[in-house]
Design a protein around this ligand. Structure first.
Ligand code: ADP
Ligand code: TYD
Length: 207
């Protein structure tokens, strides 16, 4: 089973992914956790290019680089893990590209979809959680854990960008209500976790 976590930066995705993984492993299920962009040597190298503040990157180059990292991840890591019947937990997937490059950078949504499909080969999560947190709340959370270096290239995009990304996620979620679960992220992490476990338990029972 393939499960992804989506949301703006600092919404609490990684926290919830880790809490879910612990529950699944306690139940004796085998999981594989990956983050996007990342999880292969090539994808991690592309990640450092994308997040570095050393240079500006055009929106189109950004779209292609995120998807180049994804193509390598899907073919080398995600597909083999699904074939081994592991539960793949993905911190971001192609919905991030639709939300950030499509809605955020305002690239053509049809072109973004085509590009995503080339990278994913149509392999999509069974369940996607959108952890919904307003920009200000997410910023406040990130300021607690910001270490040296400050915000990365994407995080410097500003409030209007992140408002578009969040609105984009809500549109994507509304278009695919069977896959997407919109989770109110402005609550205690244990309460959010309980909602997520309930959804995953129900999905696992249908396998
Ligand atoms: P993301 O992976 O979406 O960037 P993280 O899981 O790293 O977000 O969380 C960002 C910060 O917010 C971390 O410091 C984390 O401990 C904190 N955090 C996560 N969930 C909550 C929550 N429900 N309430 C308050 N703070 C949270
Ligand atoms: P990351 O640190 O993983 O995100 P977060 O701060 O939410 O934990 O950084 C990845 C950044 O790249 C984040 O700003 C979202 C952005 N991104 C895109 O713009 N498009 C994409 O397709 C993906 C996967 C990420």
């Amino acid at each position: 089973m393939f499960i992804s976590f989506e949301g703006i930066d600092g919404s609490g995705k990684s926290t919830q992914l880790t809490l879910l993984r612990e529950v699944l492993e306690d139940r004796g299920l085998r999981t594989l956790t990956v983050r996007e962009p990342g999880a292969t040597v090539l994808s991690e190298e592309i990640r450092s290019i994308l997040l570095s503040n050393k240079q500006s990157i055009t929106s189109t180059a950004e779209l292609l680089l995120f998807n180049a990292a994804r193509a390598q991840l899907v073919e080398r890591v995600i597909v083999p893990a699904l074939e081994r019947r592991e539960i793949v937990l993905c911190d971001r997937y192609s919905d991030s590209t639709t939300a950030y490059q499509g809605y955020g950078r305002q690239l053509d949504l049809g072109e973004v979809r085509t590009c995503n499909n080339i990278a994913t080969r149509g392999i999509m999560p069974r369940v996607t959680f959108f952890i919904d947190v307003p920009y200000e709340a997410a910023q406040q959370r990130m300021s607690f854990h910001t270490t040296s270096g400050g915000p990365d290239r994407m995080e410097r995009s500003g409030p209007e960008f992140f408002d578009r990304v969040r609105a984009g996620y809500l549109e994507i979620a509304a278009a695919e209500p069977h896959r997407f679960h919109v989770i109110d992220g402005v609550r205690d992490r244990d309460v959010i976790h309980a909602d997520i476990v309930a959804v995953v338990t129900a999905a696992l029972s249908t396998l």
